[in-house]
Design a protein around this ligand. Sequence first.
Ligand code: HEM
Length: 203
Amino acid sequence: MANWVKVHPLVVRITHWINVLAVLMMVTSGWQIYNASPLFQSFTFPESVTLGGWLAGAIQWHFAAMWLLALNGLVYVTYGIVSGHFRRKFLPISPGAVLRDISNALRGRLAHEDLSVYNAAQRAAYLVLILALVLLIATGLAIWKPVQLQALAALMGGYEGARFLHFFAMSLVVFIVVVHVVMVALVPRTFPTMITGRLRRSS
Ligand code: HEM
């Protein structure tokens, strides 16, 4: 007999897909803004993967998507803390378990029997991803208003320091998202659960 198990709550599913759209717009418009004044002189992003057409267009996309990212993120994080979702899904976590699961994943030996429970590598990846997004928003605010938010900018080594940290946090987010999407492609059964929220389990 088949029975259905609830895997992802509705709030998590809605905020996840809004977040995918917001991150995509933020990253690609951010690359266009970067190209107008590159941090690393010899490196620019190919025009074909940027959004906005030119500096002013990209800034408009970046600021519009910023509200979506920040407000949607606020809903997700508030829900995650208040409902106990973060505690249930991401904890407990230990460095030993994370290293063991990463090593198992690299050797193709990670078990995926129960998709309603994240393994330690997933827990670590999602937690670092959420923290990197918070760092992206905080460094973005410092770059946006370096005079009004002097204290925040000073914490990051001033305007230039905030720019480097913003780029570093973007790179970390892009790296984890690429690994995340590859993992979803390797275990495609996880994909429909992030849409329907349910998993069919035969017993
Ligand atoms: C097309 C791109 C993406 C696809 C197909 C995708 C798919 C998925 C799937 C299927 C899960 C559930 C994994 C499981 O049950 O084992 C998941 C969870 C998650 N994804 Fe994505 N994802 C994408 C992009 C992103 C992006 C851009 C971010 C953030 C920057 C992100 C952050 C997360 C987080 C934090 C979770 C855990 C959610 C929770 O349980 O609270 N994903 N994703």
